[in-house]
Design a protein around this ligand. Structure first.
Ligand code: BJW
Length: 238
């Protein structure tokens, strides 16, 4: 039996599915991944852009980087990979989509049960008070300030060294511990605690199916590892 057929069988029998996605699923929509030869970290060091320290040191630079990414994302459309995950959600009893992506393409594709564990690039929030605003159209040319307290506003994403949103993360862990199949699509799974979800699923007895264009650290440990593009393999899986 080919790995693709095996993965199809696993998925066809499952009623409780969890899905972990990463930047690779949006790559075919034209949004760069983080790692790898064409990744964002090729030109920028994560510690210069995606940490609270970087923002404290140079908020203008960090905002410029996020405004550049917002513009790329605004021009992008969900692809066949995103749409295939909507089809899975419609077929099974429980489907929890856990995404590390901040681009909102799963929402735009039509998925409904989404856990955004690394935040949302369209969210702008205050560092000091509870103010936040979700807006896909606003453009900042300089560091925005909070209309309520005057402190700096920041992108509503999770940077290195910051905790994940607690309730979202707890729900994600629960869904993974309870699923029959965990589908892992387009992530290098090098960033924790998200990467730990794969071990959590295996330990709880779930089958794990990885889709990635390259081998990852998890490729040998998962139940089935498929090499190829999300936009090609995910539709074939459903
Ligand atoms: C395709 C494809 C196609 C391409 N088809 N495939 C345990 C051990 C070691 C370190 C740690 C640990 N626990 C915590 C840490 C520290 C740190 C960490 O994990 N560091 C590692 C790098 C080692 N983690 C954290 O700091 C986290 N916070 C935390 O743990 O807090 C604890 C705490 C508790 C209480 C108080 C205080 C703290 C937070 C992590 C936040 C990560 N944030 C980022 C930026 C988000 C905002 C933004 O977008 O700007 O999230 S970093 C970046 O990496 C982004 C991504 O979501 C994340 C994952 O990347 P992803 O999605 O996997 O992308 P790539 O590029 O790595 O991979 C793409 C893959 O797709 C590749 O494999 C390609 O082959 C593939 N591909 N095209 C199929 N078409």
């Amino acid at each position: 039996m080919s790995p693709l057929t095996r993965a199809r069988h696993l998925l066809a029998r499952a009623q409780r599915v969890a899905i972990l996605t990463g930047a690779g699923i949006s790559a075919e929509s034209g949004i760069p991944t983080f790692r790898g030869p064409n990744g964002l970290w090729r030109d920028y060091r994560p510690e210069d852009l995606a940490t609270p320290e970087a923002f404290a040191r140079d908020p203008q630079l960090v905002w410029e980087w996020y405004m550049w990414r917002r513009a790329l994302i605004a021009a992008a459309e969900p692809n066949a990979g995103h749409l295939a995950l909507v089809a899975i959600e419609q077929r099974v009893t429980t489907c929890t989509l856990i995404t590390q992506n901040v681009d909102g393409l799963h929402d735009r594709a039509g998925s409904t049960h989404i856990h955004k564990i690394h935040g949302d690039i369209w969210l702008t929030r205050c560092q000091e008070c509870g103010y936040q605003r979700h807006d896909r159209t606003v453009v900042f040319t300089e560091v925005p300030l909070c209309p309520d307290c005057g402190a700096r506003l920041r992108p509503g994403v999770v940077w290195f060294g910051e905790p994940l949103p607690r309730l979202v993360w707890e729900d994600a862990q629960r869904a993974v511990a309870d699923c029959q199949v965990l589908l892992i699509a387009g992530t290098s799974a090098q960033v924790f605690p998200a990467a730990g979800l794969i071990g959590l699923a295996s330990d709880a007895g779930a089958a794990t199916v990885e889709i990635n264009r390259e081998d990852t650290f998890h490729s040998v440990g998962v139940t089935v590892s498929l090499r190829g593009l999300c936009g090609d393999l995910l539709p074939k899986l459903v």
